[in-house]
Design a protein around this ligand. Sequence first.
Ligand code: ADP
Length: 161
Amino acid sequence: MKICIYPGSFDPVTCGHLDIIYRASKICDKLIVAVGNNESKKPLFTTEERVNLLKLALKDRPDIEIDSFSGLLIDYVKKRNADFVIKGLRALSDFEYEFQMALLNKNQDPNIETLFLVTSINYSYLSSSAVKELARNKGNIDGLVPDCIKDIIMKKFEDKR
Ligand code: ADP
């Protein structure tokens, strides 16, 4: 049984993340989507909120587990007995960072393999920060995030105004 972990900030989850999640779920027996509890990144949504947004977006996929973790990814990977880490690649800029992280993780534990899935062309421009920038300025986020969480994201910025 191959267990994969797809880690990220998911602040908030976008259709680009969901695309990677659906595709990753086809190549592993169990997929765990893991929200990193990294306060130094100053996320807009709390870890609990980010987990809940993912749960809403994946409510029709009970086979996919949503979890959160603090500390080092490699420690979480070992704790969950996972075989692979899944990462998405949008552009060269992602590659440089992800390449470094994959090698660092391998240096810490040679058994940890990172699998990269290349973005679908429709989502290559899409990031959580772009969604936040649009929502902050009352832009249109249709088609960029799952429909069922669109209003929650827009409301977060209304509450902040
Ligand atoms: P961001 O980099 O937007 O803050 P995350 O840290 O939540 O996003 O990203 C988690 C993982 O998902 C990373 O491997 C990132 O490269 C990947 N990812 C994010 N957006 C996309 C997208 N639109 N297409 C493919 N992969 C993506």
